[in-house]
Write a new protein. Structure first.
Length: 738
């Protein structure tokens, strides 16, 4: 690894080569906070795993639950067809480990936990995690400049307030999370620092990936869609009949031209995994994933006051230099041993590396010119980022009794090191006309001296954590847990060092007065470490939540209904924006959520969710510089991208003759794009549908999205732009299973 001094010299040589007119000493002396462009990769694909079970041992069957060739409906006669692995997985989940780190019935979990199985999100042709999250109440789906997943949980954005996990290990701050190799998407709404540490202020999303199985199969699938979209995926598995070893590899390739102009992108990913049963009680799994992609960031359409200009929705105001290239490496080693019937020990080693080079246009503002027209002020963000996360989780789970109390206990310790090495520059771009966007940008470009920042940081974390589930008989359960994070932070560029200790508690209680009814209450706190992009000292962001809920199961658990009400507060908000803008304040969200899942027949399912959210900036000051420098008090305004109402619905029906149909709708009410509440995105409703036919080992499907061709917008950059969403589109898929 190169020394810090050598790294600086290489940076200077590279930047001076790209920008000959750059005054390096001036830039170094006047470095300040810069605008942030989050650009990234990897659109994923939908891959489904199918297989037939033949002569499995009992032990292997318990681990793999392989599919078999099955009649579509036992009550009807009809054509026999192959049922895939995803179809055999339950559409309505009954368990999750996200809120406790051990398997627990959702009905007995005192928290808002949703599980979106592959069989559900694949029927919707979802290829990234954001698209799967439409099935979760309280989640507003947006876009991060068209190059990374972005969503809002209970009014708070996923970049600063949510943590994404892959198989229980933390992920980088921004990327497209592919679903080609994902089995389930689990979502815990509310603080989760008591188990996972920082950045879990409003939500935690865990991607459970496909693991090796002990019977052989393989599957290939291809998709062709509008906007020159092509996708292919492959899933191949081999295992020994004695259940001792298994190997699986998933791969995906995707290419698309995009709906808007100049939005070409392509991705590739491969994920081999190996499982080794060491003995009757121990299992070892090694998992490696490589993802690469190239995207063109989307600058969006400019906002003029409280209106959008009457321009072509495909118009691109980005420079010809815009690009986002990313390589992502994930490595996991999981070991678990059952020491006795009441005790087990496990370890998770993880390493994630993100290499991200990005150049993206930002629309800094729109101003009238002398021709009674409007001119866009633009800048080009240049980001060179290297993140490396290395860590290990060591956990023990055991049952014990103290008198009439039964304890299900988790004790763990996590040790991790996060390195973040980045360069962030801002270059001037020529002004461009709103209604006649003729590009005149040429190299070399001039860097803005004050908009310049380096970072070479590392954070060491040592965090013990405990969770105790106390059962008082069969109907009363108490939860208590907490995690102590000791964070040792150092910036190799500025020399700043700090050590912080954060304790994050969680308490909960759940009572089951009836077999099909559970009532719970929970309270917890979480935190997010200060961003390295914010100049000056500031406190870590913190959140507190109180939640009350009811969980109901009817008709032998075929109908599940969950209702929750919450108050979630976030303090010490500080966000760098547009180079010099910094916001300070607090935010409060109050609301309620309803989630419904119903298996009407073995092959007919309904899903519905509703969320009400009242998200307010309770203390919020924003510094502005036009027309005059001043500080504006925005306290009392609504939080950006926090609509009051979100409603979702999806139904799926399979027939005995091999046909399948599905469809649904989603309504999102009006939402503001910035704290000043000047421009708002109108409410909109979307309608999607799918048709499929399965014959022998083939399955074909047609997916139709935005059937009404509704025009609506998504998040752009601050208060200056929005991004037109995709119109009506069609995609066709064919799969083959062996």
């Amino acid at each position: 690894m190169e020394s810090l001094g050598q790294g600086k010299n290489d940076r200077e040589t590279k930047i001076l080569a790209r920008f000959p007119n750059m005054n390096w000493r001036r830039l170094r002396a006047s470095a300040g906070v810069t605008a942030l462009l989050l650009a990234l990769p990897v659109l994923s694909a939908q891959a489904q795993t199918d297989q037939e079970t033949r002569n499995e041992t009992k032990e292997s069957a318990e681990q793999t639950q392989e599919p078999e060739e099955t009649q579509a409906d036992p009550a009807q006669s009809g054509r026999r067809f192959v049922v895939t692995v995803e179809d055999r997985l339950p559409l309505i989940a009954e368990e999750s480990s996200l809120a406790s780190k051990f398997r627990l019935d959702l009905k007995e979990t005192p928290a808002s936990v949703s599980v979106v199985p592959r069989s559900l999100f694949s029927s919707q042709n979802a290829i990234t995690v954001s698209e799967a999250l439409v099935n979760v109440p309280g989640v507003n789906i947006q876009t991060g400049f068209g190059v990374h997943d972005l969503f809002f949980v209970r009014g708070f954005d996923s970049l600063s307030s949510s943590l994404i996990l892959t198989d229980g290990a933390a992920e980088p701050e921004a990327t497209f999370y592919n679903l080609y190799n994902v089995e389930n998407v689990e979502v815990l709404r509310g603080p989760a620092a008591f188990l996972y540490g920082g950045n879990t202020i409003s939500g935690t999303v865990n991607l459970t990936r496909k693991q090796p199985r002990f019977t052989p199969f393989w599957q290939a699938a291809g998709t062709v869609g509008m906007f020159e979209t092509f996708r292919g995926q492959f899933d191949w598995n081999r295992g020994r009949a004695d259940g001792s070893k298994a190997f699986r590899i998933n791969a995906m390739g995707h290419r698309s031209g995009g709906y808007r102009n100049d939005r070409d992108n392509h991705q590739f990913a491969v994920n081999p995994a190996f499982t080794w049963r060491l003995d009757e009680r121990s299992l070892l799994t090694a998992n490696f994933e490589f993802v690469t992609n190239s995207y063109a960031p989307d600058a969006g359409v400019p906002v003029i006051g409280d209106q959008l200009p009457d321009v072509d929705r495909k118009n691109s105001y980005a420079s010809p230099f815009d690009t986002s290239d990313q390589n992502l490496y994930r490595f996991r080693v999981d070991w678990e041993s059952r020491l006795s019937d009441r005790t087990s020990l496990r370890s998770k080693f993880y390493y994630t590396s993100l290499n991200w080079d990005s150049q993206g246009t930002l629309l800094a503002g729109v101003f009238p010119n002398f021709q009674d027209d409007f001119t866009i002020v633009r800048v080009l963000n240049l980001l060179d980022n290297r993140q490396n996360l290395l860590g290990n989780q060591l956990e023990a789970i055991f049952d014990l009794r103290t008198g009439f109390l039964r304890h299900h206990f988790l004790a763990g310790v996590e040790v991790s090191r996060l390195g973040d090495d980045f360069e962030l520059f801002v270059a001037r771009l020529p002004f461009i006309d709103v209604f006649n966007p003729i590009e005149t940008a040429e190299v070399p470009l001039e860097l803005i001296p004050s908009q310049f920042r380096f970072g070479d940081t590392r954070s060491l974390v040592i965090a013990p954590y405990l969770l105790d589930r106390i059962s008082l008989g069969e109907r009363v359960h108490l939860f208590r847990g907490g995690r102590l994070d000791r964070i040792d932070f150092r910036d190799g560029i500025t020399g700043d060092e700090s050590t912080r200790n954060r304790f994050s508690p969680q308490l909960g209680a759940l009572v089951e007065p009836l077999d099909n009814l559970a009532v719970y209450a929970s309270a917890g706190r979480a935190f997010s470490p200060p961003s390295t992009l914010v100049a000056g000292d500031r406190e870590p962001e913190e959140s507190q939540q109180l939640e009350l809920g009811v969980k109901m199961n009817f008709f032998q658990e075929k109908l599940q209904a969950n209702v929750a009400a919450y108050v979630l507060e976030k303090d010490h908000i500080a966000i760098p924006d547009n180079g010099v803008l910094r916001r300070l304040g607090d935010q409060r969200s109050r609301g309620g959520e309803v989630e419904l899942s119903w298996q009407a027949t073995p092959f007919w399912h309904f899903f519905a969710n509703y969320a009400y959210n009242d998200s307010e900036l309770t203390r919020f000051a924003e510094q502005i510089f036009f027309p005059l420098p001043s500080v504006v008090d925005l306290s009392g305004n609504r939080a950006p991208f926090a609509p009051r109402h979100i409603v979702g619905f999806w139904t799926l029906k399979d027939f005995a003759n091999g046909f399948g149909v599905g469809g649904g709708a989603r309504y999102v009410s009006r939402q503001f794009i910035a704290p000043n509440n000047q421009f708002d995105i109108d409410s909109y409703s979307l309608f999607d549908a799918m048709l499929s036919y399965r014959f022998e080992r083939f399955r074909v499907g047609i997916h139709l999205k935005n059937l009404s061709n509704r025009e609506y917008e998504m998040r752009g950059f601050g208060a200056n732009s929005v991004i037109p969403a995709d119109p009506f589109s069609v995609a066709g898929t064919i799969e083959f299973v062996r």
